[in-house]
Design a protein around this ligand. Structure first.
Ligand SMILES: Cc1ncc(COP(=O)(O)O)c(C=O)c1O
Length: 405
């Protein structure tokens, strides 16, 4: 995952309107707020961490519970049939595409799903295939850095609007967006928001969608953590013609290493994406079999997953409160993670994560996801065995008794 930050190049393609806009901006002497910031190497070496067998793996928002037996059976069956020797259909199995549209509640709307190598493969494809019609990417800080870096490859500027504030519920206000949006923007809206755990109400999404419609902008609604949220709404229902929804199996089903996900959108937009897929040889068949098996049993699985996630969030919150070190920002979180502010404690997020790692608990500093606020908070993943949450609690209380480094 971590790699080098991309070398930025000028964007030579593009429609005349977008090109004119960039020229005008340059003439006005406007500084492009195109911080393709944050080191891509900030994360620890996952390879080294994998060698530590006793580690409580609470730093990737992935799910570490015993998977549904149906998923394991589907993987075993696919392996025994040696399906790994085959390429898959370019857009994925029809059945999986239907199941995903159904899971989003979009059956009958004409929405088209395209299977990708994880949600991030879909995001890369959207950001590169649609680059010629994007004038600016607008997202949040904190947020998830990769789409900003992807559009940066085409020279498209990025605006990251600050949302690290309790008074705005740790999420984007439509009024902030109104101050930054321009014709042809791409709004990259993460909801629930990794890393803070906030989520948008339908009324807030309606206001954001109205701004997008007025300015001919697109919305990428990153719904990677949707299955953990309470009362989640889809922008696709409010602005169907201009919204692409991302879908991930990494978090709710725990298939992160299999790399399977999807993007879903209206036929007109999807035509551009499906005509030249980023991976025309198709996402792994084994991964798709596991994904279909998971969707078939999602009811009981989600019930269990959400119960464990909720209980672990309680454990983590109680440990933070009792320790006097830090403060959970959004509680309950709509994701499978909690953000804990440690500013004013004498610890930086990085040093604290290092100290937790000494206790065999892997959590991540905010610096990976926030140029502005990243040293202030750490993120703790909670869809893990209850025993790991207990280990987090003991380690946190031990670290709280240590002198900050
Ligand atoms: C906001 C967000 N979008 C996309 C992804 C990538 O998901 P996937 O594993 O399906 O590629 C992540 C993973 O951490 C994420 O946090």
């Amino acid at each position: 995952m971590p790699g080098r930050a991309p070398v930025r190049r000028r964007h030579h393609r593009g429609n005349p309107g977008v090109r004119r806009l960039r020229r005008e901006r340059a003439c006005r002497g406007e500084r492009r707020d195109d911080r393709v910031t944050g080191s891509a190497t900030a994360a620890p070496s996952f390879e080294a961490l994998l060698d530590r067998s006793g580690l409580a793996w609470m730093g990737q928002n992935t799910t570490h519970l015993e998977p549904p037996p149906e998923v394991i059976a589907a993987l075993a069956e696919s392996t025994s049939r040696r399906e790994f020797q085959l390429y898959a259909p370019a857009l994925g199995f029809e059945r999986l595409r239907e199941l995903i549209v159904g899971d989003l509640g979009l059956t009958g709307t004409g929405s088209v799903a395209m299977i990708t190598d994880g949600a991030v493969g879909g995001l890369y494809h959207v950001c590169t295939a649609l680059a010629s019609r994007i004038s600016r990417l607008i997202t949040t800080d904190p947020g998830w850095p990769w789409p900003g870096r992807f559009v940066g490859l085409s020279g498209i500027p990025v605006t990251e609007l600050p949302v690290y504030a309790a008074e705005q519920g740790y999420r984007l206000r439509a009024s902030q967006l109104a101050g930054a949006i321009e014709p042809g923007s791409l709004i990259y809206l993460i909801d629930p928001l990794n890393p803070l755990g906030s989520s948008y109400g339908r009324d807030e999404l309606t206001a954001i969608a109205a701004l997008a419609r007025e300015t001919g902008s697109l919305i990428v609604h990153d719904c990677t953590y949707r299955h953990f949220a309470t009362g989640h709404s889809l922008v696709a229902e409010l602005y169907p013609e201009g919204t692409i929804t991302t879908y991930s199996f990494s978090k709710w089903l725990g298939l992160a290493g299999l790399r399977v996900g999807a993007v879903v959108g209206p036929p007109a937009l999807m035509r551009t994406l499906t005509s030249v897929p980023a991976n025309p040889l198709g996402a792994s068949i084994q991964a798709q079999r596991a994904a279909m098996a998971g969707l078939e049993v999602k009811g009981p699985w989600l019930e269990r997953l959400r119960a464990v996630n909720g209980a672990n969030q309680e454990t983590v919150c109680a440990a933070v409160e009792a320790s006097g070190l830090g403060q959970v920002l959004v509680r309950p979180s709509h994701g499978n993670f909690l953000a804990v502010d440690v500013s004013g404690s004498g610890w930086t997020a990085e040093a604290l994560c290092g100290a937790m790692l000494d206790h065999d608990v892997f959590i991540r500093p905010g610096s990976y996801q926030s140029p502005l606020f990243g040293t202030r908070f750490v993120k703790v993943s909670t869809s893990v065995p209850a025993e790991w949450a207990q280990r987090f609690a003991s380690a946190w209380s031990a670290v709280a008794g240590e002198a900050p480094r």
